[in-house]
Design a protein around this ligand. Structure first.
Ligand code: ADP
Ligand code: MG
Length: 225
């Protein structure tokens, strides 16, 4: 059994504007195996986004250990974390995070350009990823010309473009109706199984239980089950 994510007693303490300490993560012990599709639930404020940000190297834990894809996230500099994230992790957000003035194709291609891929390689890869999510025909459409479900698929295609082995998704279905949510969850499940991707998905939608391999719950900054 190999682990894609392992945290030990992970803590994140913020200092609020008034100087009070906010203990967002209070000793998180998390183990996610390769190829698992895991949902992370919990009330608003329970620390879900903080945990995801710490795992992606977007935020620095205060204490504890966080191993992600074999790397000790706390030992990385910001610059190292940026490159590592770009090359190894796919991030998906509730608000899709697409650039509104760019087409679906350009949204993906831009990421590959930043990564430094050559012109032809990145064009081919962008198209391949759009086809993977069933949106090849929509490549020249801009986000506002697409449904919410389609926009989220573009965001997923972008997350996959770097051959990410781990996808971290923060409430990816939060803006979608239940029919579209079901379609997207089916797609996620197939993606995880067909491509041996590992996915940790924050959601408080009860629908997700029927699609994931495991449901974890955060409560007051700790995993309770
Ligand atoms: P969730 O995603 O589960 O809703 P968050 O991880 O966003 O929860 O927040 C967990 C706790 O940490 C909350 O009490 C929140 O107010 C606090 N928090 C999150 N980010 C910051 C920050 N940058 N500064 C201060 N407090 C924060
Ligand atoms: Mg959140």
């Amino acid at each position: 059994m190999s682990l894609v994510i392992e945290t030990k007693d992970l803590r994140r303490v913020y200092t609020s504007k008034t100087g009070a300490e906010v203990h967002a993560l209070r000793g998180v012990n998390l183990r996610v195996e390769t190829g698992a599709f895991v949902a992370l639930k919990g009330r608003s404020g329970s620390g879900k986004t903080t945990l995801l940000n710490c795992l992606a190297g977007l935020d620095k834990p205060t204490a504890g250990l966080a191993m992600v894809l074999g790397r000790d996230v706390m030992q990385m500099s910001d610059a190292e974390a940026t490159v590592w994230r770009r090359e190894q992790i796919g991030l998906v957000f509730q608000s899709f995070g697409l650039l509104p003035t760019l087409s679906a194709f350009e949204n993906i291609e831009l990421l590959l350009r930043i990564k430094g891929d050559a012109h032809e390689a990145r064009r081919a890869r962008a198209l391949e990823c759009l086809e993977m999510v069933g949106l090849g025909k929509w490549k020249d459409h801009r986000p506002y010309e697409m449904s919410g479900g389609q926009q989220q698929r573009v965001a997923i295609a972008r997350a996959l473009a770097n051959n990410a082995k781990l996808i971290l998704a923060d409430e990816p279905t939060g803006e979608l109706d239940s029919k579209t949510t079901r379609e997207l969850l089916t797609f996620f499940r197939e993606l995880v199984e067909a491509r041996h991707i590992t996915m940790l998905m924050v959601s408080h939608d009860p629908l997700v239980d029927g699609y994931v391999h495991e449901v974890l719950t955060l409560k007051d900054g700790q995993v309770v089950g």
